[in-house]
Design a protein around this ligand. Structure first.
Ligand code: ZN
Length: 149
């Protein structure tokens, strides 16, 4: 079931990298955080416990696979997994590669942007450029791993 009022029922929510009949994996296209990926359940459900046990397992396995491919391809210092749905109450997980020199580290990416001096901003920009260059390989590996699951 889809909801006429729900953003994630009415739009993909990003660039679709892979999908099956239950869920989709999207590139969030985040300007500050290249590699930011979301796993979105297709049907309009709100909480993990709205899913059957088999569906919960399927969703979590895909979230963990995205984490695994991010680690292998992007080599982040940390991967953040998060599911809130406070703003868009449609079940989705954020999978965010993080580096110690990224703009918010060690805060969550949703925190107020801390002040950064010019040197720190240059380091952040260089990091983003490096990750951008790895995105195609990351996305291709994701599709290969999801297809062979
Ligand atoms: Zn929805």
């Amino acid at each position: 079931m889809l909801s006429a009022k729900c953003l994630l029922c009415q739009t993909p929510g990003g660039t679709i990298l892979w999908q099956n009949e239950h869920l989709r994996v999207i590139d969030a296209g985040d300007a500050l955080y290249p590699g930011f990926t979301r796993v979105i359940w297709t049907a309009h459900v709100v909480e993990m416990t709205d899913l059957s046990a088999a569906e919960q397992t399927e969703l979590l396995r895909v979230v963990l696979l995205v984490e695994q491919v991010q680690r292998a391809e992007l080599k982040p210092d940390k991967v953040n997994l998060a599911a809130f749905g406070n703003v868009v109450p449609h079940l989705h997980w954020h999978v965010i590669p993080r580096w110690q020199d990224d703009p918010h580290f060690p805060q969550p990416v949703w925190a107020a942007l801390p002040h950064a001096d010019l040197k720190a901003k240059a380091v952040q920009e260089a990091r983003r450029a490096r990750v951008q260059q790895q995105l195609n390989a990351y996305h291709q590996a994701l599709v290969v791993q999801l297809d062979s699951r």
